[in-house]
Design a protein around this ligand. Structure first.
Ligand SMILES: [Zn+2]
Length: 292
């Protein structure tokens, strides 16, 4: 997960007006005749700050829905920003799930259910393959606040929201993922929903388990500073916090998979286990942390 700056190289309103007046495209004059409704939909989306539990669907004729989807598949010059957004799909940290992948452009509100937003730039989020794994459920009306977090709108994404948890510490611990917000936090339900609907559907747990395997085999493969043993438990905490700071900075997010991993390592019981394992009897510097 990552808060993205809203792209500023295009103007959605100007683009839809230009497209609606373009007599050379198939959507003319149907888009022109429905322009007011589509523009109102765009304005509503922005006014609700991308909160999918509040944005109303905009009914448009099925023929227009199909034409807008065709425009998305093959953008003309009025909406050439879509091609640039596709190129930006090569993000370093997926805004939706926090992986190091990219390569897709995600309709935040799916175009099948919300065709009005098929070519709306603020609804197009560069993402990784989690795009294909998440459900089309956007919110849970029975649970106030439970909704997807929007990378262009939700500033809460700048906070640390997710962490790994390791249990049964040893060569193959049990790995789970959790939110960091307490039950009273206004974004608690949104984070839990996003975690369930997007992040947990990826291979994040397998990735974190793989990093743990490397860590116990040769700690510096995961935390470079562990090439030599920290002299004290406090020193271990310091170097893990430094590592996390660097991961946060290099990914531009406190919710990349790497940040979730190191936050999990910083849990007291894990620090205790790591420190004891680092100083295990007879262990070589940067050697295995467990007897494999
Ligand atoms: Zn992703």
């Amino acid at each position: 997960m990552k808060r993205l700056d809203r792209p500023v190289f295009f103007n959605d309103d100007a683009a839809i007006i230009a497209l609606s007046n373009n007599e050379l495209v198939n959507s003319y004059p149907l888009l022109r005749d429905n322009l007011a409704a589509v523009r109102a939909g765009y304005q509503q989306y922005a006014a609700m700050n991308g909160d999918v539990s509040q944005i109303q669907n905009v009914p448009i004729p099925p023929e227009l829905a199909a034409l807008l989807k065709a425009h998305y598949a093959s953008p003309n010059q009025d909406i050439e920003f879509i091609d640039k957004l596709r190129l930006d799909g090569e993000v370093k940290t997926c805004p939706m799930c926090g992986s190091a992948g990219g390569g897709t452009l995600d309709h935040f509100m799916p175009k099948a259910d919300y065709p009005c937003f098929s070519i709306f730039g603020m609804n197009l989020v560069p993402a990784c393959k989690c795009n294909l794994l998440r459900t089309d459920v956007l919110s849970l009306p029975a649970h106030p606040g439970a909704r997807l977090l929007h990378p262009y709108y939700d500033d809460i994404l700048r906070e640390r929201l997710l962490r790994a948890r390791f249990r049964d510490l040893g060569p193959v611990p049990k790995v789970t993922l959790h939110g960091t917000l307490d039950a009273a936090h206004p974004f608690r339900n949104a984070v839990e929903f996003h975690l369930t609907q997007v992040v947990r559907r990826t291979r994040v747990k397998e990735w974190i388990a793989g990093e743990w395997s490397k860590l116990v085999l040769k700690p510096s493969l995961v935390i470079r500073a562990l090439k030599t043993n920290p002299g004290s438990r406090a020193e271990l905490v310091d170097l893990l916090e430094e590592e996390r700071q660097e991961v946060d900075e290099s990914t531009g997010s406190k919710n990349s998979w790497g940040s979730m991993l190191v936050t999990g390592l910083l849990e007291d019981s894990v620090v205790d286990w790591l420190f004891a394992a680092l100083w295990g009897p007879g262990r070589a510097q940067n050697g295995p942390l467990v007897n494999l």
